[in-house]
Design a protein around this ligand. Structure first.
Ligand SMILES: O=C(O)CCC(=O)C(=O)O
Ligand SMILES: [Fe+2]
Length: 276
């Protein structure tokens, strides 16, 4: 097993390794790499849905997304599907998965199943690096703050996704909800500080007005999405990514209109997050 950084601040590639036949020693190494990098890329994997599930269970416990359809055979595997005729994709804005839950998902394992000929990259951002690069006055200001995260504006009645051609793929309208989290968290495994707000789900700061919240949030978002904190992953048959939602964001390109793209996602359960 060989682990090398993918870019200066973003992710690592794991080579000479098959997820499907992982040994206990490899699992221990992978845990360490996951804690260190928060984002792992794998190529040339042969991973059936059953093996995907088996890997996920060895790493943690599975939490099922409240809104996405699952595969018929595997109610714990969410389908991230875009049909040829569909315009809108899932995850087409920067976000961290499930930050609207009180105990947000710790990680997501995404497996390529059907890919467009070109395009459909996923971009990632490193929220440790972004936090560390903030001026210390901003770090101090954010340390005492909390933010409200929600899914209502996306998946609730008249939510953004409900108004698109993604709507028939979504369930769970009655399962919408909010959660509040510290704006800067101490990561439960690495002990490092990370910025924990994201454009997809963070609505506003607790005890702040909406407009003044938006102003600071947009400033933070512009900071995080600078090239030095982000990277882009091009999917090939057999590619798998495994990211930590507590210290990264991601966004899926929607640049392959007229072609199908299908990914399988398993989400791993996390815990309540503590302020830094
Ligand atoms: O399709 C992708 O590349 C990512 C979609 C997404 O946001 C997710 O699977 O959580
Ligand atoms: Fe996502």
């Amino acid at each position: 097993m060989k682990i090398t950084p993918f870019s200066a601040n973003c992710g690592a590639t794991v080579e000479d390794f098959q997820l499907a036949s992982m040994t206990d020693d490899e699992l221990a190494n992978l845990r360490q790499a996951f804690t260190q990098h928060g984002l792992l890329f794998f190529r040339n994997q042969e991973l059936s849905p059953e093996e995907h599930l088996h890997f996920a269970r060895r790493f943690g416990s599975i939490v099922v997304n409240k809104f996405f359809k699952t595969t018929k055979e595997h109610p714990e595997i969410a389908e991230v599907r875009k049909e040829k005729t569909q315009q809108t994709n899932i995850g087409g804005g920067w976000h961290a998965d499930h930050s609207y839950d009180d105990e947000p998902a710790m990680g997501s394992i995404l497996v390529a199943r059907v890919l467009p000929k070109t395009g459909g990259n996923t971009h990632f951002a490193n929220l440790y690096a972004a936090y560390e690069a903030l001026p210390s006055s901003m770090q101090e200001r954010l340390a005492a703050m909390r933010a409200i995260h929600s899914n209502k504006h996306l998946y609730g009645e008249n939510g953004l996704y409900r108004l698109t051609d993604l709507a028939d793929q979504l369930g769970g309208m009655d399962r919408v909800g909010d959660a509040t989290h510290p704006v800067v968290i101490t990561h439960p495994e690495s002990g490092r500080k990370a910025l924990y707000v994201n454009p997809g789900h963070t609505v506003q700061f607790e005890d702040w007005g909406f407009d003044e919240s938006r102003e600071l949030l947009e400033e933070l978002y512009a900071h995080v999405t600078q090239p030095e904190f982000t990277c882009s992953f091009n999917w090939l048959p057999g590619s798998v990514t495994f990211w930590d939602n507590r210290c990264s964001w991601h966004i899926a390109d929607n640049d392959y209109q007229g072609q199908m793209r299908l990914m399988h996602r398993i989400t791993l359960a996390g815990s309540a997050l503590n302020a830094a």
